[in-house]
Write a protein that binds this ligand. Structure first.
Ligand code: SAM
Length: 245
């Protein structure tokens, strides 16, 4: 039996002022099937129900790149995006399906996850993609990657100040980091403010919203890079997570 993803066009319209084309809907469906298949060998995700997959993996991935419910305009041109700790490809794969003119680097420290993503990219005929097996602390210090992205996405990789240390060094001046979060507490804002001050960023906004099917609370934190990140950041592998700024 094939599990069919819902086609909830009116929710896409209401929440993101957008709807997938027939081709994009087919790519979402194939992505879902490939993840279900991959789950038999790899522990990719516990979200396998079609409605839940639609909401928590597809909709959630796209809501992050649509602050205030509108897609970031620069995604329509050659904007360079990196997804840090992409795991099974979230939020990066739904983003490149939706915005195929940008270039996206899907990065994770786990080789087997990136090998799986490479299969997905081939099967879905997604071009403008690169994959990278590495750690955020390493590439953040590498001249090939440091200060070279317009947008950095990060979901479920660590607390916000750790995500700030992973993302901001990789951004060009003026670039945007999108930190996907579930709940958010006021003291996290204070810790994050302290971190971004040291990293050359500012908190542009923190958006709270509810997901459209299960009405769960989510937050997206948007950081803007306004100054070069000092050379000591990101710190050596493991240190950001052990001693968050
Ligand atoms: N972003 C995906 C999502 O939201 O479904 C995956 C989240 S998973 C909980 C965290 C992922 O981040 C893992 O695949 C892990 O290998 C990766 N990761 C954790 N720390 C990392 C680091 N410092 N550099 C690169 N990848 C990292």
């Amino acid at each position: 039996m094939t599990n069919l993803l819902p086609e909830i066009t009116e929710i896409w319209h209401q929440t993101l002022n957008w709807q997938p084309t027939v081709q994009q809907q087919a790519q979402f469906q194939r992505l879902y099937e490939l993840i279900l298949e991959g789950n038999r060998q790899l522990n990719l995700t516990r979200i396998t129900d079609p409605q839940e997959f639609w909401e928590k993996h597809l909709w959630d991935s796209l809501r992050g790149i649509a602050p205030q419910g509108q897609f970031i305009p620069s995604l329509t041109d050659g904007t360079s995006v990196i997804d840090i700790g992409t795991g099974a490809g979230f939020p990066g794969v739904p983003v490149i399906i939706t915005a195929p003119n940008c270039t996206i680097t899907l990065m994770d420290s786990t080789r087997k996850k990136i090998t799986f993503i490479e299969k997905i990219l081939t099967e879905l005929a997604l071009t403008n993609t690169k994959t990278l097996v590495d750690r955020a602390e390493q590439i953040g210090q590498h001249p090939q990657y440091r200060q070279s992205y317009d947008i950095a996405l990060i979901r479920a990789v660590g607390v916000a100040s750790v995500c700030a240390e992973y993302t901001l060094p990789l951004l060009k001046l003026g670039g945007l980091a999108v930190i996907y979060r579930g709940n958010w507490a006021e003291d996290e804002t204070i810790a994050l403010q302290n971190a971004v001050n040291q990293l050359g960023g500012v908190i542009e906004s923190i958006e709270k919203f509810t997901t459209p099917l299960s009405h769960s609370i989510r937050h997206c934190v948007y950081l803007r890079k306004v100054a070069a990140t000092p050379v000591e950041f990101p710190r050596a592998t493991g240190i950001p997570a052990q001693k968050p700024l």
